[in-house]
Structure formats: C-alpha cells, structure tokens
Design a protein around this ligand. Structure first.
Ligand code: NAD
Length: 499
C-alpha cells in the first residue's frame, strides 16, 4: 500500500489541479512508499488567497485568544510526538529517538510562542515633550511563507510558524518534497487546536511552488532554511519582489580540540555530533581540527568509537544511525571518500558496505566514515558533504586553527574543546561563526535565543525564533500622541523637538 500526500489549504486537504507529483521513498528499504502532489500556480494562489482571507480575523483575535490556541497546539504536538517521530523516521531515515528529539526542539518554539502576550509588548514613554507621549506597537506583516529542508521536517518549520502565527500572521508552508507528511499532520493538529481555517496552509512541491510564493504579491515575508545556493537565490528573488526575507543556508561546522582538552570527551562529542542523523544536520560536526600534538591520539579514539556504532533502520531498537535520504545523495556522499584519498587524505574508517541491522536490502546505506589528514584544498573539506563523513584536519597552533575556521565561507556553528577558560573566552570572542559551543558539540540555541549562522550560512539579518523571530514577523509602529489640553500653544512651524 502506498500513501498519497496532498496540500492543506483553508483548513482541509486540497487536491488541486496540477498533475505533477513526486515519489516519497522509505530510505531504509529503498521502496517508494507513496507520492506527493506538486503545486503549480493555481495551488499556490489558492493557499495564499486562503491565508490572505484569514488574516484580518486572526490579526484582530485577542492576544489571549491566540495564546490559547498556541497552548492547545503545544499539548496536541506533545501528545502525538511518538507518532510524529515514527512518520519522520519512515520518510527521512533517521532513528525514531532522534526524530522525537527534533519534535521536542520544535515544541520548545511553540512553548516560547505561548508567551506571545508578553513578547508583543511595545514601549511607552510618557512626556517625551510637554504632555506628549510616545509608544511603539508591534503588528503582524500579513501572509508569511516558509520554505524548509528535508533534514528536519518538523523542527525547522516549527522554528517559523508558531512565532509567525502567534504574532498574528497567516502562514503558507512549502516543506521538503522528500518527507512531506509531518507538515500535513501538524496542519491537522492546528485545526484540532482551534486555529481558524486558512491561518496555516501547506503547499507541496519543488521550484515551481517556491517561485510562485517568492513572486506572489500577497506574500509579505519569506523564511527559508536549506542549502546555500538556494538560500542565496531565495534571498535575492524575494527581496527583488519587495518581501522581507531571512534565508538560512548550509554549513561546515568545525570542532577545535586544544591539546589540554579531555580527549575522551572530545572523541565522544565528535562521533555523536558527526554521525547523529547520519550527518544530515546543519549543526553536525563535519571537521575536527586537532591542534598538535593530539591528532593521532584523538583520531584513534574516534576510530574506536565509530567501530561500535550500529547502523540500521530508524525503527530498529538497536539502531543508532539510519540510512541517507535518497540513493542519489548516498552516492554523492560516498564519492567524497575516493575523491579525498586521491587528493591525499587517509581513509581512517571506510563507511561503504556497512553491516546493517536486519540486512541492507535496497536501502540508501552508508556507514560512518572518517577521513584523516584532510587539508583545506580538498573537495571533502571545501564542500558541505551533509552525510556521515568526519574529516580530521591537523593544525600547528590555536592561531592556525582559528584562521582556518574563520576563513571558511560558512559560519553556522563551531565548538571548542578545552579545559582552559581563557582560551575558550578568546575563541568565542574571535571566531567568525554565528553559534559557538564550549565543550558542547552542537550548540543549537534554545527557543528563547535565536538560531542563525554568519556569512554564507545566512542571507538577511534576522535569525530564526527567539526575539529575532518576533521582530521578523512584526512591523513596529511608533506613535506620538497628544491629547487636547487647554494649554496647547497654537500654530508652530518649527520642527518638533522635545522640550
Ligand atoms: P535544499 O536547498 O535542496 O532545499 C530546501 C528547500 O528549497 C526545499 O523545500 C526544496 O524543495 C526547495 N528548493 C530546492 N531547490 C530549489 C530551487 N532550485 N528553487 C527553489 N526552491 C528550491 O536543501 P535540502 O537538501 O532539503 O536540505 C539540506 C540543506 O539544508 C543543507 O545544506 C543544510 O545545511 C541546510 N540546512 C540549514 C539549516 C540552517 O539552519 N542553516 C538547517 C537545516 C538544514
């Protein structure tokens, strides 16, 4: 039996007219598990029209009404987290416990958004001039669109829509076509939570759907998370069409290990952060920078741990790492191993042909791989591989390591492992990267901080969720008010100043 996933518009499933569809794979078996409808201009127009029609009513809903819907949505996602995790695992490939982790992190943003009455408080200044008051109010922007990647089909959309909706906007989500089911389940939970029809909509598809949203005159704000080339395109196209835009791109996250670090802790962290979700995380560690003389000892400890990792289907209770998302992606990731060796790296662990719990069948399997003696001129270093390949680079000093990390065009996340507080403080001050971990390998900020990288990892100036999310999804209005007073001073052509 195969499933059929369609759009969600105006509070219900929407079949539309487009006859374009994509396959949904089950990466662990390689079989086609279903199909997903791809939106054309009509479906995009219908979704934006539904969102536009719902906007005035939702904008005017009281803050406590909006917060109540958010609280109910939070409870429903919490109650269904196991089901959502299994759904994500079946289409993405990641292990169920990891999928449950992404639902939990998305839920934290919904929890943050439950505090919207507090978050939307503007400022008030009494007597900015004689008997004149000034205040600011935060108003929703209108219809917001979110375009999201395959690797976190629940969490990344939830970085966006709970905040956007809590602020009084309406939303059109275009999730990844590779694992589209979680977004529809979330739409059903919104409806059950009492969100008015049309406030949250989902259109599926590819570039055609995305371009429709980027050019639609009624879409006011665009949030994107995905690879850097597409982020750059989204930023330029949405901005050229007059929209505010935040576009989060790809990553190449370095973990700096100083000679004084606890190497067992560092090796545990490198393996956990390098191979969790098969390296398909934007905050995965993909490069370990070992400062001399610890390279050999650290690589040996990493190899020891990698040898114990269990690869298998996401729903197998002993599996720690699942398959990659598609066969094409698996093959591309695997190609970096031969490429790096040809360019002079050492293949410390070869992930091809892994032992798979329950048998590999036709699944998209690649085991954990470690490349040692990688140098910055190699493709394996320069490209975002986005798979279970960990590179070890050797550096002669802290300064050389810092130069390497800061020179990298990506600037999403980085981490330092050391027992020297002064070195850690210097690192957090100097490094040209947006999210920094100190003895923490995946420094994903909590929902009440904001998520976002620097340089080619973010186009635009607003990071996701936290107060930056609230600012992205609102426009500030500044009001200056004087109520009639018998002492008003008559005509005055001078420029208003305080006094
Ligand atoms: P992707 O860029 O291929 O796709 C992202 C979205 O853009 C999808 O919805 C897709 O349908 C759409 N898209 C793809 N090609 C398009 C085109 N030519 N025109 C318009 N839209 C297009 O990314 P992916 O492979 O789904 O996800 C993995 C990437 O996302 C990695 O690079 C990863 O680092 C990045 N990512 C970044 C963050 C972050 O916070 N910076 C978080 C998660 C993932």
């Amino acid at each position: 039996m195969t499933k059929h996933v369609t759009h969600w518009i105006g509070g219900k499933p929407f079949g539309g007219e487009s006859d374009r569809r994509g396959d949904i794979f089950e990466p662990a078996s390689g079989r086609v598990a279903g199909t997903v409808d791809f939106a054309g201009p009509r479906e995009v127009d219908a979704a934006v029209a539904a969102a536009k029609a719902a906007f005035p009513g939702w904008r005017d809903a009281s803050l406590s009404q909006r917060a109540k819907v958010l609280f109910r949505f939070r409870e429903l996602v919490d109650a269904h987290r196991g089901e959502l995790a299994r759904l994500i695992s079946s289409e993405h490939g990641k292990v169920v416990s990891d999928a449950a982790g992404e639902v939990a992190r998305g839920l934290e943003v919904a929890e943050f958004a439950c505090g919207i009455p507090h978050l939307l408080k503007g400022g008030f200044s009494e007597n900015v001039s004689s008997r004149v008051d000034a205040y600011s109010i935060l108003q929703p922007v209108g219809v917001a669109a979110g375009i999201t990647p395959f690797n976190f089909p629940a969490m990344v959309p939830m970085w966006m829509f709970p905040v956007a909706i809590a602020c009084g906007n309406t939303f059109v989500l275009k999730p990844s076509e590779k694992d589209p089911s979680a977004s529809v389940r979330l739409a059903e939970l919104w409806a059950e939570a009492g969100l008015p029809d049309g406030v949250f909509n989902v259109v599926h598809g590819d570039k055609a759907a995305v371009d429709g949203l980027l050019r639609h005159p009624d879409v006011r704000a665009v949030s994107f998370v995905g690879s850097t080339p597409i982020a750059r395109y989204i930023y330029a196209t949405a901005a050229a069409n007059g929209k505010r835009v935040q576009a989060l791109g790809g990553a190449k996250n370095h973990m700096l290990v100083l000679p004084d670090a606890d190497l067992d802790l560092a090796a545990d962290a490198a393996v956990s952060a390098g191979f969790g979700s098969a390296g398909e995380r934007c905050m995965a560690i993909s490069v370990v920078v070992a400062v001399d003389p610890v390279g050999d000892e650290l690589t040996a400890k990493i190899k020891e741990r990698v040898a114990g990792l269990r690869v298998g289907p996401g729903d197998h209770p002993e599996s720690q790492m699942g398959p990659l998302v598609t066969r094409a992606h698996r093959d591309k990731v695997a190609s970096y191993l031969d490429g790096a060796v040809a360019q002079g790296a050492t293949l410390a662990v070869d992930g091809r042909d892994p032992d798979v719990l329950g048998g590999a069948g036709d699944g998209f399997w690649l085991g954990p791989a470690v490349l040692d003696h990688v140098t910055p001129d190699m493709d394996a270093y320069r490209d975002e591989i986005f798979g279970p390949v960990l590179s070890v680079v050797r550096a002669g000093s802290y300064e050389a390591a810092m130069e390497l990390i800061s020179a990298n065009p990506y600037g999403n996340g980085t981490a330092i492992f050391t027992n020297d507080g002064g070195a850690a403080r210097r690192f957090q001050n100097e490094v040209e990267v947006g999210m920094v971990g100190v003895n923490v390998p995946i420094p994903v900020p909590m929902a009440y901080y904001s998520f976002g990288g620097w340089k080619d990892s973010l186009f635009g100036d607003s990071h996701a969720h936290g107060m930056e999310g609230v600012h992205f999804y609102t426009r500030t209005k500044a009001v200056t008010a004087r109520w009639l007073d018998p002492s008003h001073g008559g005509v005055n052509l001078g420029f208003p100043t305080s006094g």
